[in-house]
Design a protein around this ligand. Structure first.
Ligand SMILES: [Mg+2]
Length: 113
């Protein structure tokens, strides 16, 4: 079993034991991802970019990232999406949108390259 499958199994077991799958519709999973992303933002709120790289609670960062990833994995699992494939496919799309020769070293959106 791959590490990814182990993670998915642990998440599924957690929900199975609590009978929580019935709450995991796409709308609420999307909202949960957004809320957890906001909690991640809160860690860095009012810090300078420099402070945000070194002056933060690492445990909080771990917890909020885990929440986001867990809900994201749940949404992928619910919709029979292969996590490895969807990430690699999106990276390929992004590589076309952001060719190295036009995007290297700048943060402009693809529409402004
Ligand atoms: Mg959280």
């Amino acid at each position: 079993m791959s590490e990814l499958q182990q993670i998915l199994q642990a998440i599924k077991q957690f929900s199975d034991q609590r009978d929580w799958h019935k709450f995991h519709n796409n709308k609420d999973l999307a909202i949960a991802i957004s809320i957890e992303a906001a909690e991640l933002n809160e860690i860095f709120l009012w810090k300078t970019p420099q402070q945000s790289d070194k002056d933060f609670d690492k445990q909080q960062l771990e917890d909020e990232l885990a929440d986001i990833l867990t809900y994201s994995f749940m949404m992928a699992y619910k919709n029979n999406l292969d996590i490895k494939s969807i990430i690699l496919n999106k990276l390929q799309k992004n590589a076309k949108k952001y060719p190295v020769e036009k995007s290297r070293g700048n943060a402009r959106k693809y529409t402004e390259l």
